[in-house]
Ligand binder design. Structure first.
Ligand code: PLP
Length: 363
């Protein structure tokens, strides 16, 4: 078959290890998965209740053009429904954006290390991928501007960035948007939006009227605790949304997923609790790093990138043997660091203890 040439250089996504899998290998009673930034507090109680008796009409196609979820999201975000697109996770929206705008005649700019799906989907479309290294753990926005040329079609910004956790200040971001030519779609991936506690953060949805080429991506997979349901959403100008809707698969979200996300959206008290619990635990990671003299990136997300006193693969392996699944930075482009999802208080207590055994073995 005539596969696109880009496929020859690509590998399928490699997910973190599953609890069952690790349990089998190491014969441990308790395994704590801190590798994929899922919510350790689960999802809202009302959602849990809903799942017992959802009343979903299973034989009918889902209402995906104007489902109640979209209406409620638009209301909550203070935009029109024509400014919102729903995806099968925000991963789906990344794919749709690439299909709509990228081909061999175009290039696309993104930070590195960052979320791998931007580059992955851009390569499938045959576009030139221009990866711009972080400097001191931050997006180098000046270099982004320098790399723009007449073939640049999409710019990706991830804030808080995965895997570093850094938030771009609203001031820097606005200045950047002022300098990006209006014909370039600028995608701001805010998958960790709900975890932000920085006081100077400004909600970029308020900037949409000023920048018709800005698109914001958010998701129900992280703070809402609904990763398994696959619901993400994008917010942008009516023009951008209507073009992307031409590419979207007509039934890209399921009825049950839409209903579950609608209930989850209604329970903002749960999100507030998760945000403050996460912020409290994040502080403990900072204190832990300080105590052991280990580098840690300032994070506004529900994970941290922390230095380890040995090769990152080796550290991740040792933690795995103690029942803690984390992500080695070697795979993420950050050697000597591991990315750890911030767990619940009890999970973190155990994690710190396991980590401390790495320190005693030092040297
Ligand atoms: C987890 C994550 C996503 C994907 O979220 P889904 O909605 O589950 O597809 C997108 N962007 C970033 C930066 C992420 O970390």
């Amino acid at each position: 078959m005539n596969w696109k040439p880009a496929l020859a250089t690509m590998k399928p996504y490699k997910p973190g290890r599953s609890i069952e899998d690790v349990q089998k290998e190491f014969d441990l009673e308790k395994i704590v998965k801190l590798a994929s930034n899922e919510n350790p507090y689960g999802c809202a109680p009302s959602v849990r209740k809903l799942l017992m008796d959802s009343g979903v009409q299973v034989e009918m196609y889902p209402e995906t053009s104007a489902p109640p979820l979209k209406t409620k999201l638009a209301q909550k975000l203070g935009v029109d429904e024509t400014n919102v697109i729903l995806g099968n996770g925000s991963d789906d929206l990344i794919t749709i954006i690439c299909r709509a705008l990228l081909n061999r005649d175009t290039n696309t700019l993104m930070p590195t290390p960052s979320f791998p799906q931007y580059a992955h989907n851009a390569k499938i479309e045959g576009a030139e991928v221009r990866e711009i290294p972080l400097t001191d753990g931050q997006h180098d926005l000046d270099r982004f501007l320098n790399e723009i040329d007449s073939s640049t079609a999409v710019i990706w910004i991830c804030s808080p960035n995965n895997p570093t956790g850094d938030l771009i200040s609203s001031e820097r971001l606005k200045k950047f948007l002022d300098s990006v030519p209006p014909a370039i779609l600028t995608v701001l991936d805010e998958a960790y939006y709900e975890y932000i506690t920085e006081a100077s953060y400004e909600n970029p949805i308020e900037w949409l009227s000023e920048y018709p080429n800005l698109m914001i991506l958010r998701t129900f997979s992280k703070a809402y605790g609904l990763a398994s349901f696959r619901v993400g959403y994008g917010i942008a100008s009516t023009e951008v949304i209507s073009e992307l809707n031409k590419i979207r698969n007509p039934f890209n979200t399921s009825s049950l997923s839409l209903l579950v996300a609608e209930h989850a959206l209604a329970d903002q008290a749960f999100i507030d609790e998760c945000r403050s619990a996460n912020a409290k635990q994040r502080k403990r990671f900072e204190q832990f790093a300080e105590k052991h003299n280990l580098h840690i990136n300032p994070s506004e997300a529900n994970f941290v990138l922390i230095e380890v006193p040995m090769d990152a693969n080796e550290a991740a392996d040792k933690l795995l043997q103690k029942g803690y699944i984390v992500r080695s930075g070697n795979l993420l482009g950050t050697p000597n660091r591991i990315r750890v999802t911030i767990g619940s208080e009890e999970q973190n207590n155990g994690f710190f203890k396991a980590f401390e055994t790495l320190m005693t073995n030092r040297g």
